[in-house]
Design a protein around this ligand. Structure first.
Ligand code: MG
Length: 466
């Protein structure tokens, strides 16, 4: 427990201060303010020092600064003796897959994922294709801040070569895990919105090869993100919903900026929450893999627990963050995991979020269920949801958490990240935000009255401890 609390404390310190570079998904910052070419070059040397002159893949999303920072990182990595294989524009999961497939020592991905256009970032991936865990990030941070760089002599520098072709390898790998015939028979019409970024390079081609009739919007690479902001959410997906309705499509698919996540729009043009579509995919996979362990962050809906139990499987709640889900999946040999933000992790392919794989899986679910997505969503367990935020200075978060832990001792609860208390007919998660000076209170219950009752209890518990 002590370690968990300590980790939580670290997570709400702002990155790049207090000798911390990495946030929950790599290094992020505003271009030419926090993230400058010289900063990225030094991070490159630190990462190269960590990989000890290994073979490193590098690729990026479509941001205006991505190619520039790729070159900075390549300089740093080569100066530390690493050989660099440049894949250019590619979805994050394609690079993660290629690292393992081509037996590289690691990868550096220049992307700020779902952040606005003025941001960019750096993800560091280990040889197994998963982002490096916190304890390894600390080693890179120490090298960076103490400047303990392993700069190589002139005749020991790394080489950088271009390494095309990973997108086809990745696409073919996904097909091996998909019931292509079932999808092909349905002649689905699908609209894809990759947010003017790298999802455009794989998902439309993959689905066409699976026999779908594909319509794309926002599919030209453009770091100004003229179509919509790169975070897929109801606010940014109006264009996709409209296009699904206008074209009578069976499904709409939206990716975030590096295409590791996937949001869906049903055939009626409704934008679906990640909890619901993730639960539908997991319900399907559990029929193929009974008695499995499913992994999901504590912020996911309790609806998933109902479905997993109904299938006789087990649900493991983790801290919030995709790397935590991947890590736990590997530890417990889990087949499938999900996040409420549209992340699907399917271990037989790779235990990381994968937007293209999630798209193909959803089509397989629709093909084999003979139902539409809206019909499948209608059949999910129903919960009434209340989300509240309570102002709480960062320096008070820890104290509040300690008191909450004490006060909820006698309830069925999970304390991996904040406190989630379960009742027979509902649940409440009280969790300090990782990025804002607030506590989030997230309630689910069978009806509105009960949800309000539980919310009042959770809110008063946080407030009396402020
Ligand atoms: Mg992403």
């Amino acid at each position: 427990m002590h370690n968990t609390i300590l980790n939580q404390y670290c997570s709400w310190l702002s990155p790049m201060s207090n000798r911390i570079l990495f946030g929950t998904n790599g290094i992020r910052g505003i271009v030419n303010e926090e993230l400058t070419p010289e900063f990225v070059t030094e991070v490159g040397i630190a990462v190269g020092t960590y990989f000890n002159a290994g073979n490193i893949l590098i690729g990026c999303d479509s941001r205006t600064s991505s190619i520039l920072f790729t070159r900075s990182a390549v300089s740093g990595l080569a100066s530390a003796g690493c050989n660099i294989y440049e894949v250019g524009y590619a979805p994050t999961p394609a690079i993660q897959f290629a690292v393992k497939h081509f037996k590289m020592d690691g990868a550096v991905i220049i992307t700020a994922s779902h952040n606005p256009p003025e941001y960019n970032g750096i993800k560091v991936v280990a040889g197994d294709g998963v982002e490096i865990p916190r304890e390894e990030e600390v080693k890179i941070e120490e090298t960076f801040f103490k400047k303990k760089f392993s700069r190589r002599k002139w005749n020991e520098l790394g080489k950088a070569v271009s390494f095309p072709g990973i997108l086809d390898v990745y696409k073919e790998a996904i097909k091996k895990h998909i019931d292509s015939e079932a999808i092909r028979e349905k002649n689905f019409k699908v609209v894809i919105d990759p947010a003017n970024s790298v999802g455009a390079l794989v998902t439309p081609y993959l689905l066409r090869e699976l026999g779908c009739s594909v319509i794309t919007i926002n599919a030209q690479l453009d770091g100004n993100f003229p179509g919509r902001l790169p975070e897929p959410k109801p606010k940014t997906l109006g264009g996709l919903a409209k296009t699904v309705r206008a074209t009578g499509a069976d499904l709409g698919i939206a990716h975030d900026g590096d295409a590791d996540r996937c949001f869906f729009v049903d055939e009626l043009g409704n934008i679906c929450l990640g909890d619901k579509t993730g639960t539908i995919i997991i319900d399907y996979i559990l029929q193929r893999f009974p008695n499995s362990v499913v992994v999901t962050p504590i912020s996911s809906s309790r609806m998933l627990e109902d479905i997993v139990k109904r299938r006789g499987s087990e649900l493991l709640w983790t801290e919030v963050g995709s790397t935590m889900v991947s890590k736990r999946m590997k530890e417990v040999n889990s087949v499938i995991g999900m996040e409420d933000n549209g992340g699907i992790f399917y271990a037989p392919h790779q235990p990381v979020r994968d937007g293209a794989l999630a798209s193909a899986l959803m089509l397989e679910v629709l093909a084999n269920s003979n139902r539409t997505l809206s019909q499948m969503i209608d059949q999910l367990p129903k919960y009434f949801i209340i989300k509240e935020r309570i102002d709480c200075p960062n320096e008070r978060k820890q104290k509040v958490l300690e008191k909450l832990l004490k006060q909820t001792e006698n309830y069925r609860r999970i304390t991996v990240d904040g406190v989630k208390v379960f009742f027979e007919d509902g649940s409440v998660l009280m969790r300090p935000s990782g990025t804002e000076a607030i506590y989030r209170v997230y309630v689910e219950a069978k009806d509105e009255e009960r949800a309000r009752e539980i919310a009042n209890w959770g809110i008063s518990l946080v407030e009396e401890n402020l």
